[in-house]
Design a protein around this ligand. Structure first.
Ligand code: GLC
Length: 572
C-alpha cells in the first residue's frame, strides 16, 4: 500500500511539471505582458564597457540592470551580439547560436538572463532573418560551387551578360544589389551590404535552420525576438526590374521603388510559422518586426489576418513624422483608433538607425522642452512604447565631422550627403568622469559627445526638472494609471492646429486622464469640453506638467500651456 502510494506520488510529481510546461496556444493572447510593457533598446557596443576595450559588452549591460529597473523598464531588446565581422556592427551574422567574444560568452549571457529575471526584466533577442554575413559557414559553402547542397540557401543568378547584373535592383546601402562571384560565375543578391548575402526563404532547409535558431534562444529563456528587415525576406522570382523614380539618392544612384523586393505576400507565410513557433512556448514570447510600412493598411497586415503573425510591428509612420505637427500626429493616431489595428500599436521615436529625437524634433531653442514633450507623446498614447538608450537623458545625434572618422560604411558611401548612423550610436552618458563613465579605455569605439558634461545620468538625477526625471515621472504614471497603460484613447479639440490633446480612460470607464501637448513655440490657452466624451468631471488635477505649474488644480477653460508645454492631468 505504502509502495503504491509512493509510486502515485512520484507519478504526480512527474506529471505536474510536465503539465505546467504544456502551453495552451489560445491562452497566449489573453493579457500578455508585452501589452503593458516598456521596451528599451540597448545598443550593446555603446551601453557599458566592462573590460576596458572601448566597446560595450554583456557584463556591462548586467551591471546596469538596476538602473533599468529603477527607470521602469520591463524588457530590453539587445541588438546583435553574435559572432560577426562587424561590417554592419552585428547585423552581419557569422553564427546565430553563440556570441562574439568582444561582447562576452554564453556564461555571461546566462548570468545576464538570470540577473534580469531577478529584476523582472525580460530579454528580447535580435533576429536577423533576411541575410547572414558572407563569413557565415552557410554562405561559404554556398559560394564554394554551383552544385554545393547549400547553393540554393542564397539567391544566385546568372547575369544579363558580361559585367551585367541580373536586373536593376539596388541595395538599401547603395549601388547594385548583386555582386559577381568570379569562382562560380554567378551573381548573389544582397538587399544590404555586399557582405550581407540574402537567404533564400523559399528553400525549406533555410526555414528549418532559421526556425531552429529561434528555438535555440527561446530554450535559453529569451522573451521573444525583434525581427530585422522582415519585409525584405522574399524577392520576385521572375526578377522584374524595379520602377525607376525621378532624381538620385545620397549614393548617386537613381531613385527606385523597391517594388519587387519588399513586402511580397510570402512574407506572411513565414510570419505565421514564426508566430506558431513562439506560441508553443510558455510566457507569451513576443515578436516585434522592423519594417517601415508605407501606410496603416500595410502595417495592419503585419499582425496577420487572424492576429496570427507579429504582435508588435513597429510603426514607422508615427516615428518619422519629423516635425512637431499636432494635426499630423492627431491624424495618425486617429487612423489607428478609427480603423482599429488588429493588434496592439507599437511606437518609438529613436533607434540605432535614425537621428535622435532631440535633433529631429528639436527647434534649436527649446530642445530640452521638446524632448519632454516627445517623451509624453510616446509614454501617454495608446501603444506599447519602445525607448532607445540615452533618450531619457536627452542624448543628441553627434555625427562625425571627417570622413576618416566614420565607422558605419553607409556614411562612407554616402558622405557627405548621408553621414551614416554613428551619430545616434555614441556611448551612453552615465556621469561626468572620463568617457562619461562608459569605459576606462584610452579611446572608445565612437567618441563620447561633448554634451556629456551636462547631459548624463549622474547629474540629471539630482535636477528635479531634468529630462531624466521627466521620463522617470511619466513612466511611473504610465505604470500606475490604468488609463495610461491600458485605457482607451480619443482626441479632443480636434481642430486645434497647435495643441494635441487627448483623453485616456481606464477600460471600466473611470479615472479619465487628459493630456495636452503644445506643439508650437507660442504659449497657448485652451478650453476643454469633455461632457460629450462621457466625462463628468469639471476640473483638472495636474499629475505632471512641464514646465512645472504653480497651480495644481484648475478648471477646464483658459488652460495655459507654455511653448512646447506638457500637461498630464486627472479630470475630477
Ligand atoms: C536593420 C537594422 C540596421 C541594419 C539593417 C541590415 O534595418 O536595424 O541597423 O543595418 O537592418 O541588417
Amino acid at each position: 500500500m505504502l509502495r503504491s502510494t509512493l509510486v502515485l506520488l512520484l507519478l504526480a510529481f512527474c506529471i505536474v511539471p510536465f503539465r505546467a510546461q504544456e502551453v495552451n496556444k489560445s491562452s497566449q493572447t489573453r493579457d500578455p505582458w508585452w501589452k503593458h510593457a516598456i521596451i528599451y533598446e540597448v545598443y550593446p557596443r555603446s551601453f557599458q564597457d566592462s573590460n576596458g576595450d572601448g566597446v560595450g559588452d554583456m557584463n556591462g549591460i548586467t551591471s546596469r540592470l538596476d538602473y533599468l529597473k529603477d527607470l521602469g523598464v520591463d524588457a530590453i531588446w539587445i541588438t546583435p551580439m553574435y559572432p560577426s565581422p562587424q561590417v554592419d556592427f552585428g547585423y552581419d551574422i557569422a553564427d546565430y547560436e553563440s556570441f562574439d567574444p568582444q561582447y562576452g560568452n554564453m556564461a555571461d549571457f546566462d548570468r545576464l538572463m538570470s540577473e534580469a529575471k531577478k529584476r523582472n526584466i525580460r530579454i528580447i533577442m535580435d533576429y536577423v532573418a533576411n541575410h547572414t554575413s558572407d563569413q557565415n559557414p552557410w554562405f561559404k559553402e554556398s559560394r564554394s560551387s554551383r552544385t554545393n547542397p547549400k547553393r540554393d540557401w542564397y539567391i544566385w543568378r546568372d547575369g544579363k551578360g558580361p559585367g551585367k547584373p541580373p536586373n536593376n535592383w539596388q541595395s538599401w546601402f547603395g549601388h547594385s544589389a548583386w555582386t559577381y562571384d568570379k569562382e562560380t560565375g554567378q551573381w548573389y543578391y544582397h538587399y544590404f551590404y555586399v557582405q550581407q548575402p540574402d537567404l533564400n526563404w523559399r528553400n525549406p532547409e533555410v526555414r528549418k535552420a532559421m526556425y531552429d535558431v529561434m528555438r535555440f534562444w527561446l530554450d535559453r529563456g529569451a522573451a521573444g525576438f525583434r525581427i530585422d528587415a522582415v519585409s525584405r525576406l522574399f524577392e520576385d522570382p521572375k526578377l522584374h526590374d524595379d520602377p525607376i523614380l525621378p532624381g538620385k539618392n545620397a549614393f548617386g544612384d537613381p531613385n527606385i521603388q523597391h517594388k519587387y523586393t519588399d513586402n511580397l505576400p510570402e512574407v506572411h507565410d513565414v510570419l505565421r510559422d514564426m508566430r506558431s513557433l513562439v506560441d508553443d512556448y510558455p510566457g507569451n514570447p513576443v515578436l516585434i518586426s522592423e519594417a517601415d510600412e508605407p501606410n496603416i493598411q500595410e502595417l495592419d497586415k503585419m499582425y496577420g489576418a487572424n492576429d496570427d503573425e507579429i504582435q508588435l510591428p513597429m510603426d514607422f509612420q508615427v516615428a518619422d513624422v519629423n516635425k512637431l505637427s499636432a494635426p499630423r500626429f492627431r491624424e495618425l493616431l486617429d487612423e489607428i483608433e478609427f480603423n482599429p489595428l488588429k493588434g496592439q500599436p507599437y511606437f518609438f521615436f529613436n533607434n540605432h538607425d535614425q537621428a535622435r529625437t532631440w535633433d529631429r524634433y528639436g527647434d534649436g531653442v527649446h530642445n530640452d522642452q521638446i524632448a519632454k514633450l516627445m517623451a509624453a507623446l510616446l509614454l501617454t498614447t495608446h501603444c506599447t512604447p519602445q525607448m532607445y538608450y540615452g533618450e531619457e537623458i536627452g542624448m543628441r545625434t553627434t555625427v562625425p565631422t571627417r570622413i576618416e572618422d566614420v565607422k558605419d560604411p553607409v556614411g562612407r558611401t554616402g558622405w557627405p550627403k548621408d553621414k551614416g548612423r554613428d551619430g545616434e550610436r555614441t556611448p551612453m552618458q552615465w556621469d561626468t568622469s572620463k568617457n562619461a563613465g562608459f569605459s576606462k579605455a584610452a579611446k572608445t569605439w565612437l567618441p563620447v559627445p561633448p554634451s556629456y558634461t551636462k547631459y548624463n545620468v549622474a547629474t540629471e538625477q539630482y535636477q528635479p526638472d531634468s529630462i531624466f526625471n521627466f521620463y522617470k515621472h511619466v513612466i511611473a504614471l504610465r505604470r500606475e494609471l490604468s488609463a495610461l497603460h491600458d485605457g482607451s484613447y480619443v482626441a479632443v479639440n480636434r481642430d486645434d492646429q497647435n495643441v494635441l490633446a487627448y483623453l485616456r480612460t481606464a477600460n471600466n470607464g473611470t479615472d479619465p486622464v487628459l493630456v495636452a501637448l503644445n506643439m508650437s513655440a507660442e504659449p497657448q490657452t485652451v478650453n476643454f469640453s469633455l461632457k460629450g466624451f462621457g466625462v463628468q468631471g469639471n476640473s483638472l488635477h495636474v499629475l505632471l506638467a512641464s514646465p512645472q505649474q504653480r497651480n495644481s488644480d484648475f478648471g477646464l477653460t483658459g488652460v495655459k500651456l507654455e511653448p512646447f508645454g506638457v500637461l498630464i492631468s486627472a479630470v475630477e
